[in-house]
Design a protein around this ligand. Structure first.
Ligand SMILES: NC(=O)c1ccc[n+]([C@@H]2O[C@H](COP(=O)([O-])OP(=O)(O)OC[C@H]3O[C@@H](n4cnc5c(N)ncnc54)[C@H](OP(=O)(O)O)[C@@H]3O)[C@@H](O)[C@H]2O)c1
Length: 357
């Protein structure tokens, strides 16, 4: 019997890419969304796809309880709000995958490991370029090594954009991510936005500026390395001294509930113009240092970050549907190792290496 893989938010940018990547892997997805007409329009372009219309994530949870798919892939952010009720609906019958990339949502999902194990199901969070690209490098660098002293990870996504609005899911995720105090977890303090800017020289010789962005990468790198000190940085963080100077005020304002709600509504309506991806490749980078002074550095290279996200979530779901997971809650490379990304058109490289051996 064919496995049933549901894509929640199947009409969105990420959801459509996940669906296309499932089809490439021989899985016919069920697209779940709020608007039947939009769902039908998207499904017409996804061979073998069927649809389930549900007006809200609460209604989606009800449908999951009732119809018990094998795997649910949640692409409806902000995940700090949507994940928990959906996970509760999934356990004990359904594996759960999401694209969360903020510290709070990722940590909250990983805290459910015992509950998932008791239900003999698998929860995977961070199944996108954000989290998996750098996590995979850290896992590879730390294989067979003792706990590290410190780690810096840098993610450099490059993705094409289509014409359209930012949308409420992405807007809420971005604003909540900025406003999050980045709670320290297990003794791990989150770096502040814009901290520790640096210029990275990529394996292809080009240079890109990155700076601190306290995202889910931080949690995954900490768990993979055991390092008490972790910096997560990105080319998407502001690196200009002027912007960094006013950031603390902006972030403080966003912590006021009314300001945050206003910012989400306005950002959701902002129109983005179609554009090609700015660089040929997206990159994940990690540098790990141990107490004896030894260091290791590595890179992950892929193409469009959105396509990688779709491929990664689809690959994880396909493996879970095939019974290849383990009960519990994981980030992608913690569950399937650093070779998982190689099934998603990505390669690991050493510094200066342009082609994998
Ligand atoms: N980890 C990563 O690397 C990574 C990569 C890509 C995206 N993401 C995350 O994935 C999320 C989606 O991003 P996106 O660019 O795909 O956004 P998007 O294009 O706006 O799509 C959002 C989808 O969620 C649905 N949706 C929005 N609000 C909803 C609600 N309240 N109830 C039910 N459905 C709702 C939308 O349905 P309608 O059609 O009904 O509006 C749409 O299908 C964001 O949180 C983003 O940060 C993470």
């Amino acid at each position: 019997m064919e496995s049933k893989v549901w894509v929640l938010g199947g009409t969105g940018r990420a959801g459509r890419e996940v669906a296309a990547q499932l089809v490439e892997r021989g899985v016919h997805p069920v697209l779940v969304g709020r608007n039947a007409a939009r769902l039908a329009e998207v499904a017409a372009r996804v061979p073998g796809a069927t649809t389930v219309a549900a007006a809200s994530t609460d209604e989606m949870a009800e449908r999951i309880r009732h119809e018990r798919p094998d795997v649910v892939i949640n692409t409806v952010g902000p995940f700090a709000e949507t994940a928990l009720p959906l996970v509760r609906a999934c356990l004990p019958t359904t594996h759960y995958v999401d694209l969360a990339n903020d510290v709070d949502a990722l940590s909250a999902l990983l805290d459910l490991g015992e509950e998932a194990a008791a239900a003999d199901r698998t929860l995977v969070s961070g199944a996108g370029f954000g989290v998996a690209a750098t996590e995979s490098v850290v896992v590879k660098l730390c294989e067979g090594r003792p706990p590290a002293a410190d780690v810096r990870v840098d993610m450099l996504p490059s993705l094409g954009m289509e014409d359209g609005q930012v949308g409420e899911a992405l807007a809420a995720t971005l604003v909540d991510g900025l406003a999050s105090p980045g709670r320290s977890r297990g003794g791990l303090a989150a770096p502040r936005l814009g901290d520790q800017p640096m210029t990275l020289t990529l394996p292809d010789g080009s240079q890109v500026k990155t700076a601190g962005l306290p995202l889910g990468e931080l949690v995954a790198a900490h768990r993979a390395s055991g390092a008490p000190s972790v910096i997560s940085a990105s080319s998407e963080a502001p690196t200009s001294p002027t912007v960094r100077a006013v950031l603390p005020l902006g972030v403080a304002l966003l912590r006021i509930h009314a300001v945050r709600s206003f910012a989400k509504r306005r950002l959701a309506q902002v129109r983005v113009k179609a554009r090609e991806r700015p660089r040929e490749h997206s990159w994940g980078h990690a540098r790990v240092r141990w107490a004896d002074g030894s260091t290791r550095e590595g890179w992950l290279r892929t193409g469009d970050a959105q396509i990688f996200t779709g491929a990664l979530a689809a690959e994880v779901a396909k493996r879970l549907a095939a019974g290849e997971g383990r009960p519990g809650a994981y980030t992608p490379a913690a569950l399937f190792g650093p070779t998982l990304v190689e099934s998603c058109a990505a390669v690991h490289l050493a510094p200066g290496e342009l082609n994998p051996r």
